[in-house]
Design a protein around this ligand. Structure first.
Ligand code: SF4
Length: 277
């Protein structure tokens, strides 16, 4: 898997860190004479406190960077990185725009970094209740079937990617829901209480969902928008399946997939070869 935007996100995060670091050092340097007048040990105490904060933040960012870039999980086990990412996101969004990067690119970069961290940590998560969350704009615009309440209503005609996604969900026995917006998506998450979410959406909705769903890990897969935003969008179904395979610790080769039984909503089983239609 590749996550191109993570380098941009991490570069901006480090830049923001060094700006804050410079401000802290300059501020302490300027107030040191005044503090020394109050007590001769006060400047030393100030430097020590600043050093602890800088080491904690810089150390956390270093661990996030190593994990995201190498895929090797060196993150602290208490799960502090989502909080760090939540703090970093608005900082990077503001700083990135000052450098001329568009909001969409910065949001995608955040999602990429989040995915890279989750990917490195995936063996830590419980795959007991995986939820696939899809946006309504994936459904073909003239489809008459109501899939927001139950994706089983999809007739799998193949005009949009919902058919292939429903089949993937059946094959792995995973719950899949279609949400028409952020409010419904939050309700689905709150009702279903998943242990991990695989979400398909645009960068804006994914970044908001990743932050809102904390502490539930959200693996974000950006949709493809050949017809503009929110209209007949598409998704790389293979990528969704690749993520599920890894999350469920079920490495399945393509040849095996072809013969793998599909568990339908009605409980009957059929093979992939006769699934469509
Ligand atoms: S695949 Fe399903 S959701 Fe898409 S157009 Fe056909 S019936 Fe509608």
């Amino acid at each position: 898997m590749t996550y191109g935007g993570k380098k941009l996100f991490l570069a901006l995060s480090w830049f923001a860190f060094f700006i804050v670091l410079s401000i802290i050092i300059l501020s302490i340097y300027l107030v040191t004479p005044r503090f020394a007048e109050l007590h001769r040990r006060l400047p030393l105490l100030l430097w020590v406190l600043a050093g602890i904060v800088i080491l904690a933040v810089g150390g956390g960012l270093l661990l996030i960077s190593i994990t995201a870039l190498t895929g090797f999980d060196v993150l602290y086990p208490h799960g502090g990185e989502p909080i760090t990412m939540r703090v970093l996101f608005p900082v990077v969004l503001t700083l990135g725009q000052l450098f001329g990067f568009g909001k969409d690119r910065l949001r995608d970069a955040f999602v990429d970094t989040n995915n890279a961290l989750l990917w490195a940590q995936r063996k830590r998560f419980s795959a007991g209740k995986v939820l696939i969350l899809l946006p309504h704009c994936l459904q073909h615009h003239d489809c008459e079937w109501r899939i927001t309440f139950d994706i089983a209503n999809c007739k799998r005609c193949g005009k949009c990617d919902i058919a292939a996604l429903a089949e993937v969900a059946d094959r792995y026995g995973i719950e899949v829901r279609v949400a028409t917006g952020g409010t419904l998506a939050r309700k689905v998450v709150s009702d279903f209480k998943p242990t991990i979410i695989v979400a398909v959406a645009c960068g804006r909705d994914l970044s908001a969902g990743i932050i809102d769903s904390h502490p539930i890990p959200v693996f974000g897969i950006p949709n493809i928008r050949p017809n503009g935003p929110c209209f007949d969008t598409k998704v790389e179904v293979e990528r969704v399946e690749e993520v599920l395979r890894e999350l469920l610790f079920e490495p399945v080769r393509q040849s095996q997939l072809a013969e793998a039984p599909i568990r339908t909503k009605t409980g009957s089983e059929k093979t992939q070869g006769n699934a469509v239609g």
